[in-house]
Structures are given as structure tokens and as C-alpha cells.
Design a protein around this ligand. Structure first.
Ligand code: AMP
Length: 540
């Protein structure tokens, strides 16, 4: 006899999460900082009712299963309502990146065939720039500033009133599409990644694990990472699932506004890219006793490499950085830098060496590293290769482009384009993007390692290292830095600071100071732009 499982086949879909916040966490706060800096307060019961009204109104407006509904919004309560309400109709939440150029936004809207747009009133000037190249059936405007909304648009609040909070969910299969994000596209056109209900639910459960971000009902969660970038790292969904309080920063992402918010709402977990934390670090160093944040506040940091000094400084303020690695294609959380049991016995220095690594994959995420010739590399902490991943919340294709691109292997793994080593404990350490490695005299130099080490210099705010053609060595590293106001850091300073940390052939041949390093819409160094600036660089 072949024994069969007796378990129910219960779908992993979003309506369950939306019902749950109303049933179990109705009074939990959702706080949003509005464009005028005032705080908007609501709770999960109200969010649930309004999300259901939105779902009902969208259904009455003709939105069907699989249709894309776009949002162009900052992080706040109404965006959370869209996060929950749109997928509960069976439609697809398409978050548009407001930092992209208007041409890219309209390309993405047309490629995704977005039907309806919901946007913040403060972003109407951006809509004006895409309006002629897009054709939404309806444009709904959220009145964050309380100003009149012209007749050309539908007021979000009026639109909600056309729906009912008694909305009956349609049948949704757990593999149906829930949301969509386009990659930030440092090369070529952005590509669409479509998440399913199942992938989002599983990602939320894994993110909440004690060995991941350990999110529970007592947490106060502030996603600084935008809700238009890889679902704000899944945090809105994870917080809703856990019943944790959410605090949204709106458009105010400067250090002072964020620190004020952390203190005022006693935030226990926040998340964002390193540039955000760099500015906060400066604010804290300038006024070390000004803010009292929640004890042992956690900060999930990812999206770009994090210098060790940042971990040390925040530890001294009782704010703990947890490194996370992933990408739009991986929902995005794929690995997390949490020390294993036993590692707490290591010396402080050894612990920092581990914390700067990108960590261990979450359960059900499988990784391998492969060299250019397609040979698997060993996990010895030395051999490096491209990280390839697979798992239930890793995309297996791009929207309308399938999996034929060079982004997937023939045996079904996603090629991340990140180069890494993996140590015997399974900790991933990113050394570069495949395109950013410096090849000097036949040897690979890691731009990321150099950048992190230079950014530890007390007078350096940011450092990017790029490969520049060299007549003898093929390529040599050029460091481009931004220094603190009133300071100057020369090539000799950088060399003596790096002395003993790297072999001398790794030291950058030149150091250039800029007032700002060009960045992508999601805060990564735009090395393509830097390479353009220094094309044809003459070595001194
Ligand atoms: P995105 O799809 O915009 O989220 O970008 C994903 C890319 O960001 C990855 O492929 C990495 O190159 C980079 N990245 C993400 N997390 C980290 C991290 N913790 N350290 C270094 N780079 C990271």
C-alpha cells in the first residue's frame, strides 16, 4: 500500500493574511509620515477594511484576474492598502520605481500593460512626464496633502467609497501572480519579475524566522527601502503576517527625519541600503546623545556592500546591523548574515569578519558557485565563482522574456551575476559583480573588498573602485572617493591606510575625489557612469 498524506491542500494566498490582521491584530498601529511631515495614524482593522473596499472597487471597475494595477507611491498606509487590496482581487500589484527616468517608467508601464495607475498627489508632476506615452484606463490619486484633485483624475478616497468592505475574495490559486517588479537595470532595459501568492507567503515566513529577521508581533518595523524596490524587501507582507506594527517614513529619508521617527515610535527593526546608514552614522557621530532608540534596534542592510566600520559604529549605539543579500529576482531575501551558535565565542574582530559576509542562505534557497568554464567551485572560502540560486521564491524567468536569456542555466538555476566565495560554514562572501571585477596582470582584484576597506577611512564617506584600461596590466583599479567636508584624502593616504590589508598589487593606482558618486535609482554605485567618466584615463 502506498501511504498518502492526510494533510489538507490549503492555498498559500494573500486573503488569509488580510483576514488575519482584522481578526487578531485589529488595534495594531500603522503610522505614516506624510509629505508635510505630520504623522498619519491608522490601525490594521482600518487597513483591512479599506484594502477590501479597494479590491471591491477595482473589481467593479473591471479589473480582472491577471490584470496589472500600477502604483507610483512613497512608503505609507495607502501603499500598504494597495499591497493587500490589489492582489486580493486576483490582479497584479505593479510597483513603479519613481526614481527612474520618465522614459524608463513609460517603457515599463507599456511592457507590463498596466491598466490602472494609483499615485500620490505629490508625484503628479512625474505623472505629467509619462502621461503622453502611457494609456491608463483610470488614474487614481491619493490625496496625501489634502489639496483638491482635478477632475482629470479620480480621488482615491472617492474611489474606495465605490467599493464594499464586505468584498468576497475570488478563487485564487497559490501560484497565481500577486505582484511585479522590474529590475533596476544597470545594463540594458529593465526586466519584469512576477511574484506569486505562494512565493510571497513562503518568503514572508522565511523572513520572519528567528534565524532570519526574527519578526514577531512585538516588533515595530520601518521599511526605509522603498515599496517600489523588491517589495520593500518583503517587509510589509512579513509585518502584516506577524501582526507587527508598521511605521512608514513617506518621502522623508534624511538622517534626522529617520532618527526622529525611530525614537518617537521606538522602532525595533528597520531596513535600507548602506547609503541611508552612512548618513545616519554621520548624524549620530555629530550628536551622539541626541536620540534614544529602542534597545538593541536591528537594521537589515543590503543592496550593496557594507564596510566593517559601519557595523562597529552602530554597535556602539546599540543598533545592530544585520546583513542581507538578495535581488529583485529573489523576492528579495536569499541569505542573511547571522552568527551561528558557537561563533559568539570568537573574538570581536573575528565576529566582525563574519558579519561583513553576506551570510547563509534561508531555508529552501539553494546556492552554488561556478567559474567561467561552468565548474562548480568548492566551499573553502578561497575559490570564487558566480553565485547561482534556486528556490520557491527565486524567479525562473522574466516577464514576457522567458528563461532563455543568459540569466538562467540549462539546469534551471538563476545566474545572479554576483561573484562570491563560500566558506566551509556556508557563509557567502560577495567579491564583486561579474562585470565589475578588475583583471590586472591575469589576476582578479575585488573592487568590493577595496571599496569596503577604503570606506573604513575616517575621512572617507563613499568609495567606488572601477577597472580602467592599463597599457601594461590590462586593467588597474581606480578609486573614486567622496570625502567629509573640509577634508582631503590623497592617494598616499589611501595607500598607507590600506597597508597590510592587501597585497600591494591590489592598491588602487590612483585616487580621484568627486563631490558625489553617481548612483542607480536604488542607491547602488552606478559604475557604468563612472567608467564613462574615466574612459581613456591616463595613468600618472
Ligand atoms: P536589486 O535587484 O536592485 O535588489 O539588486 C541586487 C544586487 O544588489 C545583487 O545582485 C548584488 O549585486 C547587490 N547586493 C544585494 N545585497 C547585497 C549585499 N548585502 N552586499 C553586497 N551587494 C549586495
Amino acid at each position: 500500500m502506498s501511504t498518502k498524506s492526510t494533510m489538507m491542500d490549503f492555498p498559500l494566498t494573500l486573503p488569509h493574511m488580510l483576514e488575519r490582521i482584522g481578526l487578531y491584530f485589529p488595534t495594531i498601529d500603522v503610522v505614516s509620515r506624510l509629505p508635510d511631515k505630520t504623522l498619519h495614524r491608522t490601525n490594521y482593522l482600518t487597513i483591512q477594511r479599506r484594502a477590501k473596499k479597494l479590491a471591491s472597487a477595482l473589481t467593479q471597475a473591471g479589473i480582472k484576474k491577471g490584470d496589472c494595477v500600477a502604483t507610483l507611491m512613497w512608503n505609507h498606509y495607502a501603499h500598504l492598502e494597495c499591497y493587500m487590496g490589489i492582489p486580493c482581487t486576483g490582479a497584479v500589484l505593479h510597483t513603479l520605481n519613481l526614481r527612474l527616468l520618465p522614459d524608463d517608467i513609460s517603457y515599463i508601464v507599456n511592457h507590463a500593460e498596466d491598466q490602472i495607475l494609483i499615485l500620490d498627489d505629490v508625484l503628479l508632476p512625474l505623472y505629467e512626464q509619462i502621461k503622453d506615452k502611457t494609456s491608463f484606463k483610470k488614474v487614481i490619486v491619493v490625496p496625501l496633502c489634502g489639496a483638491e484633485i482635478s477632475d482629470e483624475f479620480i480621488n482615491y478616497e472617492d474611489f474606495l467609497e465605490t467599493g464594499s468592505s464586505e468584498f468576497e475574495y475570488p478563487e485564487i490559486d497559490e501560484n497565481d501572480a500577486l505582484g511585479m517588479c522590474y529590475t533596476s537595470g544597470t545594463t540594458g532595459r529593465p526586466k519584469g519579475v512576477v511574484y506569486s501568492h505562494r512565493s510571497t507567503v513562503l518568503h514572508s515566513m522565511a523572513e520572519a524566522l528567528g534565524s532570519a529577521l526574527a519578526i514577531n508581533q512585538c516588533d515595530v518595523v520601518t521599511p526605509v527601502v522603498p515599496m517600489f524596490h523588491a517589495n520593500a524587501w518583503g517587509l510589509p507582507y512579513t509585518a502584516v503576517m506577524a501582526g507587527a506594527k508598521l511605521v512608514f517614513p513617506g518621502p522623508h529619508l534624511d538622517a534626522e527625519s529617520l532618527m526622529d521617527l525611530y525614537e518617537q515610535e521606538q522602532v525595533t527593526l528597520s531596513a535600507g541600503v548602506p547609503t541611508i546608514w552612512m548618513t545616519i552614522k554621520q548624524a549620530l557621530e555629530a550628536e551622539p546623545t541626541r536620540w534614544k532608540t529602542a534597545p538593541n534596534m536591528r537594521m537589515a542592510v543590503g543592496g550593496a556592500a557594507i564596510p566593517e566600520s559601519l557595523f562597529r559604529v552602530f554597535d556602539s549605539f546599540d543598533m545592530k546591523i544585520i546583513q542581507a543579500w538578495g535581488m529583485t529576482e529573489t523576492s528579495p531575501l536569499a541569505s542573511i548574515g547571522i552568527l551561528k551558535s558557537g561563533m559568539s565565542d570568537l573574538s570581536e574582530d573575528e565576529q566582525y569578519k563574519i558579519r561583513v559576509k553576506q551570510g547563509v542562505p534561508l531555508p529552501f534557497v539553494e546556492v552554488r558557485i561556478m567559474d567561467d568554464e561552468g565548474s562548480l567551485q568548492s566551499w573553502d572560502g578561497e575559490a570564487q565563482g558566480e553565485i547561482q540560486v534556486r528556490g520557491p521564491w527565486i524567479t525562473g524567468a522574466y516577464h514576457k522574456e522567458g528563461s532563455q536569456l543568459d540569466k538562467f542555466t540549462s539546469d534551471g538555476w538563476l545566474r545572479t551575476g554576483d561573484v562570491a566565495t563560500i566558506d566551509p560554514e556556508g557563509f557567502i562572501k560577495l567579491t564583486d559583480r561579474t562585470k565589475d571585477l578588475v583583471k590586472s596582470g591575469g589576476e582578479w582584484i575585488s573592487s568590493v573588498d577595496l571599496e569596503n576597506a577604503i570606506m573604513d577611512h575616517p575621512d572617507v564617506i563613499e568609495a567606488a573602485v572601477i577597472a580602467v584600461a592599463h597599457p601594461k596590466w590590462d586593467e588597474r583599479p581606480l578609486a573614486v572617493i567622496v570625502v567629509k567636508e573640509g577634508k582631503s584624502v590623497s592617494k598616499t593616504d589611501v595607500h598607507s591606510f590600506l597597508k597590510g590589508k592587501f597585497h600591494k598589487t591590489w592598491l588602487p593606482d590612483d585616487v580621484e575625489t568627486l563631490s558625489e558618486i553617481p548612483k542607480t535609482s536604488t542607491g547602488k554605485f552606478l559604475k557604468k557612469e563612472l567608467r564613462k567618466i574615466y574612459e581613456g584615463w591616463i595613468w600618472k
